[in-house]
Design a protein around this ligand. Structure first.
Ligand code: GDD
Ligand code: MG
Length: 356
């Protein structure tokens, strides 16, 4: 009864210039493990979910990337979106496709681009969550103990503990706040009552369908009611293209998790990181004696510390006198940026696009 939906339609702009619209983060092997983020995500979930129960939701532009990187999956397991509308339509589409196959399914929804170091612990927590979500009409998310006032995450405030045989860390959720201000994030962390939303959700078809009906009624009508007999048929693509062109652009976090009153969180530590930026990657990777992370061959470094370097191998790179920098070179772009200013990379991407 377990299905797994991998959301893989984002553009990962903060990893520019390595990650770009034509080749976003989830399709890159930024860690140098030999597997890309989406492949590692698939490898983890296939230990608890039959291969035929996977659905990858992505933009039509990335169809071939998914086919190449996950050749195990059938064509009908790749759901193609005509437009970027964030995660709410993405989950509505996948839920309905699964519902047409198995209305009693329990669905795990996961981002395609996260790093998990302790896979065994992760799978244990996941099984606990799947069991809970299969028996209760719950919108369950995996929560992570926060370590810094990061503003790019959802913050979850816990309420009552739920009795469970496998864990002492299952709670009813009191509030869910997506991407708070820095000021709020600090208050949340200091209070000790908050966890980060990992973005990995578990729920039954019933529970998530009811949430769309209650909090996204337009989307419910478009994807659930009107589409009921379309999923898995030859008219699906036409129907989906129309539904996307009409539906709003919003994430499941803002539209459902912040509003619903049956949200639960399973809090656990399994070496989770969303490795969202060069700085986060730097923090996570092993460093050399000068505290540098160097990815790529043929790099000569002098008086350079605390920096992350990711360069193409067909050129020699020589760096002198850098402290706390990001240096990334691709075939056509060279980026040199102070590590602490990395939030600006998103703006660089826009400026470069305008120039081209
Ligand atoms: N198919 C599809 N279509 N996938 C999408 C789309 C879309 O339009 N937009 C984003 N995604 C995918 C991304 O590729 C990623 O795998 C996942 O959905 C989450 O989207 P992000 O854009 O990375 O969300 P976020 O990082 O800002 O926030 C989410 O994740 C945080 C943890 O990393 C939220 O769930 C936060 O609450 C959470 O803390
Ligand atoms: Mg993300």
């Amino acid at each position: 009864n377990t299905y797994c939906v991998i959301m893989a339609g984002g553009v990962g702009s903060r990893f520019w210039p390595l990650s770009k619209t034509s080749m976003p983060k989830q399709f890159l092997d930024i860690l140098g493990t030999g597997r890309t983020f989406i492949q590692m995500t698939f490898d983890r979930f296939k230990k608890i979910c039959p291969i035929e129960n996977f659905m990858i939701v992505t933009n039509v532009e990335y169809r071939n990337l998914v086919r190449q990187q996950l050749p195990e999956l059938g064509e009908d397991q790749i759901l193609l979106e005509p437009l970027r509308r964030n995660t709410a339509p993405c989950i509505a589409y996948a839920t309905n496709r699964i519902k047409a196959i198995n209305p009693n399914a329990t669905i795990v929804v996961s981002p395609a681009d996260h790093l998990i170091l302790n896979v065994e612990e992760f799978l244990f927590q996941l099984k606990t969550g799947i069991e809970f979500a299969g028996k209760n009409k719950a919108l369950l998310t995996l929560g992570i103990p926060p370590s810094r006032p990061e503003t790019g995450f959802g913050y979850i405030q816990i309420e009552n503990k739920i009795e469970n045989d496998n864990t002492d860390h299952l709670y009813k959720v009191k509030t869910f706040t997506e991407k708070p201000s820095l000021e709020m994030a600090r208050i949340f962390i200091d209070s000790g009552e908050f966890y980060w939303n990992s973005g990995i959700f578990i729920w039954s078809v019933d529970a998530i369908s009811e949430a769309y009906a209650a909090y996204l009624p337009d989307m419910y009508e478009r994807f659930f009611t009107k589409g009921e007999d379309k999923y898995g048929t030859s008219s699906e693509v036409f129907f989906i293209n129309k539904a996307y062109s009409e539906c709003q652009n919003t994430s499941v976090d803002y539209a459902i998790m912040e509003k619903a009153d049956n949200v639960y969180v399973l809090c656990a530590e399994f070496g989770w990181s969303d490795v969202g930026t060069w700085g986060a990657l730097y923090a996570q990777q092993p460093k050399n004696e000068d505290n540098n992370v160097v990815q790529g061959e043929n790099v000569f470094m002098y008086d350079t510390q605390n920096s992350i370097v990711n360069v193409t191998e067909d050129k020699i790179t020589v760096l002198q006198g850098l402290d706390d920098y990001i240096v990334v070179e691709t075939d056509d772009i060279l980026l040199v940026c102070q590590k602490e200013k990395e939030q600006q990379i998103r703006h660089f991407v826009n400026d470069v696009k305008l120039q081209k």
